[in-house]
Design a protein around this ligand. Structure first.
Ligand SMILES: Cc1cc2nc3c(=O)[nH]c(=O)nc-3n(C[C@H](O)[C@H](O)[C@H](O)COP(=O)(O)OP(=O)(O)OC[C@H]3O[C@@H](n4cnc5c(N)ncnc54)[C@H](O)[C@@H]3O)c2cc1C
Length: 571
């Protein structure tokens, strides 16, 4: 017998992955989808982290059978006259959940594959059944009104996952959406017939190319199809009204010379589509008996293809949270706090990542109004105002009163330098191996810095063990854990620790020690493989500070990070 009955609104990746995770955890699910599948959806370029989740849900065989295009990396032509750089996914597969590639998918096929898997595993699916109203204020159940084609009916369930995307009726009702001024953009896109022009390590990559009016994506799909889109300022809507969508689209592509070159005389094979106002987050991620997952909660700018991964990650987390609440109803406040905090951290980290790359392009596209307006200093987004948003995000205000706009650029440029190609033109000769020396150089710089730390001290007066949760990577069960924090409210949630680790850090309150000694002590309390990552994360969280033998403060440079691509476990 199923543990509890969960209703899911929406059959996109968030809805299907929430359903698959809940079924794995022994719950029964009913999923209501407005359309009949397959249905069109933009958002074709995935991340390795999503592969990891899908594979742990047992979907690898069906994904392999679908023979989607393998995506080894994302390649950027980011700025006038800049050599290409590649964000490569090739990492050592140190565990079963690390993937060194992603896939490029036609979403009608991919989303239908996921929904079919839900059906095959015993989930009840109602296609062509839009939810028309939702009531979430009861203590012990939720109610959803459904239009099943023959009339309206009300259903009730123990919990609700709202995975209905950008048009969520629950979010409208709660009035909790916050639109993002920084990315007030407009996307216009279509499809071309064109075999992938590259062999070697560029084959299957996603291209993102800046130009005067914005940037352009090029994604190779199965069947020699290229998805090609341009992101421009929303003020271009007037021009679209005057000249029509297709003329505008072709005009923009003409001006993005490197995309034009790659497309050659390829034939356009679909209509031109457009969307605006897609960057937003929310003030409520979950409450009582409902959870928002995927685009219904938040989405920001498709530059680094993170939408489906955010959907997948939040869906697993929502399922794990519901499972925990079923068995431990008294933990309701803690579980919701964990869900909102961890979801928001992932979103904000991505936001920061994007802000850095947009600001970088504002330096390398100096003639462009689009890019000038997206420099962090120019934005009217309240969260960026006077950089308060950024400072509070990284708790930098106290530590680095001298943050400058250029810091955003420099953080992006460190990453760009690691992925920079050896030649200035795109070429099939590009090999991932040419990036290796730069990666190693970056790592050795980091380890030199860490090793130069002779006095590491804890920031604050107390080492606090803060209650948190982590999703077990294999079972998807939400497990209570501890993370390190201080009395000033700073915490490092990425890695859970045992109480003995906190005790060990207490030693730093009385007596600072060097990095090597710290690593040795961490090993004594059982932290071996992740010790240096934990130290770097503690620096980033503002919980550790350090100085070298000359008593000079050492700043461990924060690396730009976002979930879905790294070797660190997420959910
Ligand atoms: C221009 C653009 C480009 C993008 N490119 C990428 C990319 O390259 N890579 C990437 O990862 N992401 C990309 N994204 C984002 C990505 O498409 C989304 O983040 C992703 O689809 C979110 O999945 P979801 O399941 O939350 O929502 P959706 O995929 O939108 O699914 C929601 C589902 O809910 C259904 N629904 C809606 N209302 C109701 C209702 N009332 N009742 C029942 N069903 C309902 C809808 O029909 C839909 O099937 C892009 C987005 C945009 C705007």
């Amino acid at each position: 017998m199923a543990k509890s009955d969960v209703v899911i609104i929406g059959g996109g990746p968030a809805g299907s992955i929430a359903a698959l995770s809940l079924l794995k955890l022994g719950h029964s699910v009913r999923l209501y989808e407005r359309f009949r599948f397959p249905r069109y959806r933009v958002g074709e370029s995935l991340l390795p982290g999503t592969m990891s989740i899908l594979s742990r849900l047992g979907l690898k065989p069906s994904i392999d059978a679908a023979r989607f295009i393998r995506k080894p990396s994302a390649t950027f032509l980011w700025g006038v006259g800049q050599a290409p750089w590649t964000f490569s996914f090739s990492v050592p597969r140190v565990s079963g959940w690390i993937f060194d590639h992603a896939i490029q998918v036609k979403r009608d096929e991919f989303d239908a594959l996921l929904l079919d898997a839900v059906r095959q595993r015993g989930g009840t699916i109602h296609e062509g059944c839009p939810a028309t109203d939702v009531r979430v204020d009861y203590d012990d159940h939720v109610e959803v009104d459904i239009d099943d084609g023959s009339g309206q009916q009300t259903i009730s369930a123990d919990f609700l996952v709202d995975a209905s995307g950008a048009s969520s009726i629950l979010v409208k009702k709660l009035r909790c959406r916050k639109y993002d001024e920084f990315y007030r953009s407009l996307a216009v896109w279509s499809y071309f017939r064109r075999p992938d022009p590259f062999t070697g390590d560029l084959r299957g990559t996603t291209f993102s190319i800046t130009f005067q009016h914005g940037w352009c994506w090029m994604i190779p799909l199965k069947g020699d199809i290229y998805s090609v889109g341009v992101i421009v300022d929303q003020s271009k809507a007037d021009e679209i009204r005057d000249c029509g969508l297709e003329t505008f689209y072709r005009r923009m592509l003409d001006q993005c010379s490197r995309a034009k070159e790659m497309l050659g005389d390829a034939e356009m094979i679909d209509k031109v589509r457009a969307v605006r106002d897609w960057s937003y987050d929310t003030s409520i991620y979950s409450r009582g008996r409902f959870f928002l997952a995927g685009d219904s909660a938040c989405f920001t700018d498709p530059l680094f293809s993170q939408g489906v991964h955010l959907a997948a990650q939040s869906a697993v987390s929502a399922a794990a949270a519901i499972d925990r609440l079923y068995g431990h109803p008294g933990e309701i406040d803690n579980v919701h706090r964990w869900y909102g905090t961890s979801y928001n951290l992932t979103f904000e980290q991505y936001h920061e990542f994007l802000a850095s790359f947009y600001t970088y392009a504002s330096f390398t596209e100096p003639e462009s109004e689009f890019w000038r307006r997206r420099q962090i200093a120019e934005t009217v987004d309240a969260r960026f105002e006077r950089r308060r948003w950024f400072e509070s995000l990284l708790q930098k205000a106290e530590r680095n009163a001298d943050w400058r706009i250029a810091d955003f650029r420099d953080r992006a440029s460190t990453m760009i330098a690691i992925g920079r190609h050896n030649r200035s033109a795109l070429s099939s000769d590009f090999s991932d191996a040419e990036l290796l020396p730069r990666r190693l150089e970056w790592l050795s710089q980091l380890s030199r810095k860490l090793n130069s730390l002779t006095q590491l001290s804890w920031v604050g007066e107390k080492v606090v063990l803060q209650g948190y949760y982590k999703v077990n990577p294999e079972t998807f069960v939400l497990e209570p854990k501890f993370v390190l924090a201080n009395e000033l409210g700073r915490s490092m949630t990425k890695y859970a620790v045992e109480p003995a680790v906190a005790d060990m850090f207490c030693g730093l309150l009385a007596q600072p020690i060097g990095y090597k000694a710290l690593i040795k002590r961490m090993a004594e309390v059982g932290v071996v493989e992740t010790s240096s990552q934990i130290v770097v994360r503690l620096f980033e969280a503002g919980l550790l500070a350090g100085a070298d033998a000359n008593n000079q403060p050492v700043r461990i440079q924060d690396r730009l990070r976002f979930d879905g691509v790294g070797v660190e476990y997420e959910v």
